[in-house]
Design a protein around this ligand. Structure first.
Ligand SMILES: [Zn+2]
Ligand SMILES: [Zn+2]
Ligand SMILES: [Zn+2]
Length: 284
């Protein structure tokens, strides 16, 4: 399985859209891998994880053919993970020579609800080619060659104005005998998620939430910092589902509490963690 990190920041990007803090100035000064756009990842060429407002930028920056994407898994409807308006210009007279005219979208009901609010902007051909599948926690779905199990994320269960919670998911993705856990956005895992992971078999790549820098967040914060990442890593190894061959990545960074890429790498490397950057590719 090939995993490409297209965007690696939290909601506001880094440097943030409207910010002049020291961390944003430092990232701008350093440039390169210190510049982070909103989180999105691509598995092989056809399974997309999240649809942030920076999707178009990711296509340009990585020379992607997004018409190859057949499956879209959305973690939750926070704006850095789901910008549904983008789907209204997919297909019909906006798109030609598409490799995959059909798109299967897998998400929570509330996420689809956000698309439904703006779906009237799309024409009939576009809507007919998009097939939503509402996920249930712990129930795997088969998306072509991928077996994907949604696990409940520990992340911001507040209600929106319409009374919906984000029902966030993290995903265990299996294909070609390899497994990867895409864990964004989430705080320290719920007990039932640990129970599931304990029986999941060997995991080849674990992508953990690194939003909170050096701060320990624990069960309450909805994200993780380095101390949480190390606890998760140690527990997965202790349970026997990860070992020295497992690749551990930290990803989804914020200028708040954050340490720029150049400064974070030496810290994380000592603990066997890879720090993501926009455009990073990993083969498992
Ligand atoms: Zn996020
Ligand atoms: Zn800032
Ligand atoms: Zn979120």
């Amino acid at each position: 399985m090939k995993l490409t990190y297209l965007g690696t920041a939290a909601a506001e990007g880094w440097p943030a859209v409207f910010c002049n803090c020291e961390n944003c100035k430092e990232a701008a000064r350093l440039g390169g891998r210190n510049i982070r756009t909103r989180s999105q990842a691509l598995v092989n060429d056809d399974l997309l994880l999240d649809l942030p407002p920076d999707t178009y930028l990711h296509k340009l920056a990585n020379g992607l053919d997004l018409t190859k994407v057949r499956y879209l898994f959305v973690t939750h409807w926070h704006m850095d993970h789901f910008y549904p308006q983008e789907l209204t210009i997919r297909g019909s007279y906006y798109s030609h020579g598409m490799v995959s005219p059909e798109l299967d979208v897998y998400c929570a009901e509330g996420t689809k609800g956000l698309f439904d609010k703006i779906g009237w902007e799309a024409n009939r051909d576009t809507l007919d080619a998009i097939h939503f599948h509402i996920l249930s926690a712990f129930t795997p779905v088969q998306a072509g060659p991928y077996t994907v199990t949604p696990l409940p994320a520990n992340h911001m269960h507040e209600l929106d104005g319409g009374g919906n919670t984000p029902h966030p998911y993290i995903y265990l993705i299996e294909e070609g005998g390899k497994k990867l856990l895409y864990g964004h956005d989430t705080g320290y895992f719920y007990p039932e998620v640990w129970d599931f992971l304990g029986k999941a078999g060997h995991i080849d790549l674990v992508s953990m939430d690194g939003t909170c820098g050096r701060r320990k967040v624990g069960l309450r914060g909805g994200h993780m910092g380095l101390p949480d990442n190390l606890e998760v890593k140690a527990r997965l190894i202790e349970m026997g589902v990860c070992n020295e061959k497992t690749v551990f990545v930290i990803n989804h960074f914020s200028h708040n509490d954050g340490i720029c890429y150049d400064h974070l790498v030496p810290v994380a490397e000592k603990d066997g963690l890879i720090v993501s950057y926009d455009g990073m590719r990993i083969n498992t």
